[in-house]
Design a protein around this ligand. Structure first.
Ligand SMILES: *Cc1c(COP(=O)(O)O)cnc(C)c1O
Length: 365
């Protein structure tokens, strides 16, 4: 219809149509809290809401990404062969798929596997994107609630995931920080029929390695990202360890040139630089302990580069506002389904940011 004919009524009709597709609120960004801190006249803001590495990417990543721009008149290699070789050098001999962030990998995997009405199980509370992406495939979503201490109970998971084509388990879990022991993951894998997507976005910060499970099971996919430990959140590079049978189907479901050549080269540079953000990982482990020892509010045990804190008597939203007024941006957990509204999630940032956070939260009674 001509744009001039569009009026309030048709506008709201389209809005209604789209809302049916996306009933939940969508992804939550940290921008409003930053505006609130700026409104208070604070210019030096501690950004502890998005679990980013506070330091720039490695020099090699910056150089290789920059050099790749010179050849950007050509389409990238659709097989991402160089990146896959770099991943094999880094991790050993596994099958890999790549995508635009791990989010892109999740989306493509669901497009590969899930038809309308298929069941997708999600261990909650957790990262919201699994459900957003599953809903976009018109999947039926099964929530699998965690225990009171946020641990996953394997037998309960197995029972509820029995009918699911794909199940999601995040370890270390966002936003709770909880690590699921590899033995529990093994038990789940051996008893479910569908695919288990194990989200390892934060595994570099934990003491745990799930990769050996890839050798035992052909229904395991392990998602990884260059956004956290490797400091490339803006480059949008994710990948997954997949069983060999899955890779060709994934390639068919993916858009033709998924990952751009500049990001791919930056990722290769970050992998080759070695260490994998070693200094940041060391700093995270140090500060995770200081946060649990020194914060006046209860801190959940975490294997990630963030901690979840019980903000009672304040709601997560109140506490997020109070901290924003002091120039500290954290994430309220209010939008995480399955979690009561008195938690915040705080990323580990630079030393001054962490100090400012501790001093600020400890000034509240
Ligand atoms: C950050 C994050 C991701 C993925 O991030 P990308 O930037 O899309 O690679 C995936 N899962 C969890 C739990 C995360 O927190």
């Amino acid at each position: 219809m001509p744009a001039s004919d569009r009026n309030e009524t048709t506008g709201s009709r389209f809005t209604r149509l789209v809302r049916q597709q996306y009933l939940s609120g969508g992804y939550v960004f940290a921008t409003p809290a930053v505006a609130r801190a700026r409104g208070k006249g604070i210019s030096r803001i501690a950004r502890l809401a998005s679990n980013e590495n506070p330091w720039p990417p490695s020099d090699t990543a910056i150089r290789m990404g920059g050099e790749a721009l010179e050849g950007a008149n050509r389409y990238p290699d659709e097989t991402m062969a160089e990146l896959v070789s770099a991943l094999s050098r880094h991790h050993g001999d596994y099958s890999f798929v790549t995508g635009v962030g791990m989010d892109g990998v999740i989306e493509t995997l669901l497009r590969t596997m899930v038809n309308p009405g298929d069941k997708v199980a999600v261990s909650v509370p957790t990262f919201s994107f699994y459900q957003l992406a599953a809903r976009a495939q018109s999947a039926d979503i099964i929530d699998i609630p965690r225990q009171a201490d946020f641990a996953v109970e394997p037998r309960d998971f197995i029972r509820k995931a029995r009918e699911a084509k794909v199940s999601f388990l995040c370890s270390p879990n966002n936003p709770t920080g909880t690590v699921t022991p590899p033995g529990d993951v093994r038990e789940i894998l051996s008893k479910i029929d569908g695919i288990l997507f194990l989200d390892n976005a934060y595994v570099e910060f934990s003491e745990i390695d799930y990769r050996p499970l890839m050798r035992e099971f052909d229904n395991l996919v392990i998602g990884r990202t260059m956004s956290k430990a490797f400091a490339l959140a803006g480059a949008r590079v994710g990948y997954a360890f997949v069983p060999a049978w899955l890779a060709p189907f994934y390639q068919r479901a993916a858009t033709p040139f998924t990952l751009n050549s500049i990001s791919a080269q930056a990722a290769i540079g970050a992998l080759e630089a070695g260490g994998g953000g070693r200094d940041y990982i060391t700093s995270v482990r140090h500060w995770r302990k200081r946060f649990s020892d020194e914060c006046r509010f209860p801190v959940s045990p975490s294997g990630a580069n963030f901690v979840m804190i019980d903000s009672r008597p304040y709601s997560g939203t109140e506490m997020t506002g109070m901290l924003a007024d002091r120039g500290v941006i954290v994430r309220s957990c209010a939008s995480f389904p399955g979690l009561s509204d008195h938690f915040i999630r705080v990323s580990i940032g630079e030393d001054w940011e962490n100090e400012l956070f501790l001093a600020s939260i400890n000034s509240f009674r």
